[in-house]
Design a protein around this ligand. Structure first.
Ligand code: NAD
Length: 406
């Protein structure tokens, strides 16, 4: 693999480019000189309406976002509003017209708690996520283009806990006995161990990518991403109209951002179970940089799906809560764990490839915590504290009691 090779001025299609990771990625790539088009059906904004919650930050409608970016950068980003899972022909037509060199695929329902809310939410998440990935790949094959697909997968496909072993980048080396009694070595996809319906869809995506890669030669990089924290990137911070979304509610609020926001609004930090779960993390600024590195270093023709672990550090949830509490004076509120998972786990992860390609990790330090608490404090008046606690449960017996904590 070439190291940090540069391929300037690519045409890049960003599916799901209105979301938390997609919007800053679109701006970052546009700023770097690439020609960018976003496709998004705005389903995430409609889920906010369903859940009766809004991004803590005042995100602007897409047309305002794009006009602000044009004014500030002098650069245009195109936008098409349609459902990637259900508008096959529109996607084929767009691919044939735009002829992208790379396609970044974020267009999936991404919250594990939301995917476990009800049978309807389970079915929606599977139909949407598995459908979007298959529709994209079938359309790409029909278009005849050799675009590089960069998909945002999750560290959660590995399950949590690897019996002291370092989780490799996607493939596990196995030594098996042959029928003749000798030994042979192979590399297989790391055994999938999804912990929610959402994670199940990401493990299914892996098989879909492997199939189209083997059958049709589609070049794919699957980024197994950790939990993203932080809010702003260099570009989204340039103007308030470009601000990134900040989810704090019980379904979409990811753990570290939720703690920082809870501290800023004077809500106890809600720790599920013993807080002994170890998770992988990455800052949003590193997310956009990793995607740029992946695009700049596409797999060669005939190469198997490239899987990179896109995370920079691991932390135990209660240690994070303690750290935020020490910084802010917040108190901790231990709650029943709505998930079905190990009470405690260790996590060791190989992330060598992105580091070799040039990623310089942004680590959790007090300065960065302050960036998020500042954002949270500035927009605290927009918070609805009734929405902070997670009400989605993995099983009926895991339901968190419906009491006000704010
Ligand atoms: P998000 O919900 O903020 O963004 C996803 C975007 O995709 C939304 O704008 C939504 O409207 C759009 N979308 C969903 N289904 C679509 C469809 N069928 N057609 C068109 N658009 C559709 O989520 P995010 O946090 O930006 O995550 C993006 C990707 O990164 C997801 O696939 C997620 O699984 C992955 N990821 C995120 C995190 C994290 O911490 N945020 C961690 C690991 C992996």
């Amino acid at each position: 693999m070439s190291i940090a090779s540069q391929q300037p001025n690519q045409r890049i299609l960003i599916l799901g480019g209105d979301g938390f990771c997609g919007w800053p990625t679109a701006l970052h790539l546009s700023d770097a000189g690439h020609e960018v088009i976003i496709v998004d059906n705005l389903s995430r904004r409609m889920i906010d309406v369903e859940l009766e919650v809004e991004s803590l930050t005042p995100i602007r409608p897409m047309s305002e976002r794009l006009a602000a970016w044009r004014e500030i950068s002098g650069r245009d980003i195109g936008f098409h509003r349609f459902d990637v899972a259900r508008n096959y022909q529109r996607l084929v037509n767009l691919l044939c017209e735009f002829m992208p060199d790379a396609i970044v695929h974020f267009a999936e329902q991404r919250a594990a708690p939301y995917s476990m809310k009800s049978p309807a939410h389970k079915r929606y998440t599977v139909d949407n996520n598995v459908g979007a990935t298959n529709t994209l790949l079938a359309a790409l094959v029909e278009s005849g283009l050799d675009a590089h697909v960069v998909h945002l997968g999750t560290m959660g496909v590995y399950g949590y806990g690897s019996a002291g072993m370092k989780i490799p980048e996607g493939y596990l080396k196995v030594h098996v006995e042959t029928e003749a009694g000798g030994m042979t070595t192979d590399e297989i996809l790391y055994p999938a161990h999804p912990g929610s319906i959402y994670h199940l869809t990401k493990t299914q995506d892996q098989l879909t990518f492997a199939f189209y890669n083997r059958n049709d030669g589609v070049r794919v990089t699957d980024l197994h991403q950790g939990i993203v924290w932080g809010t702003q990137t260099e570009q989204t911070a340039r103007d308030e109209r470009l601000i990134n979304r900040f989810d704090y509610d019980g379904d979409y609020g990811t753990v570290l951002n939720r703690f920082l926001m809870q501290a800023a609004v004077g809500h106890p930090l809600t720790v599920h179970g013993t807080g002994g779960q170890t998770r992988a993390f990455i800052h949003i600024q590193d997310t956009v940089r990793c995607i740029e590195l992946a695009i700049g270093n596409p797999p060669a023709a005939g190469e198997r799906v490239r899987i990179l672990n896109q995370m920079t550090e691991t932390h135990r949830v209660r240690d994070l809560a303690d750290r935020v509490a020490a910084l802010t004076g917040a108190t901790l509120d231990y709650q029943p764990n709505p998930r079905v998972e190990a009470v405690e786990n260790d996590l060791h992860v190989a992330n060598d490839t992105l580091i070799q390609l040039g990623l310089r990790p942004t680590t959790l330090d007090t300065g960065l915590f302050t960036e998020v608490t500042d954002i949270a404090a500035r927009y605290a008046h927009r918070a609805d504290t009734r929405r902070i606690v997670c009400r989605s449960a993995w099983r009926a017996d895991r339901q968190v009691p419906d009491v006000e904590t704010g």
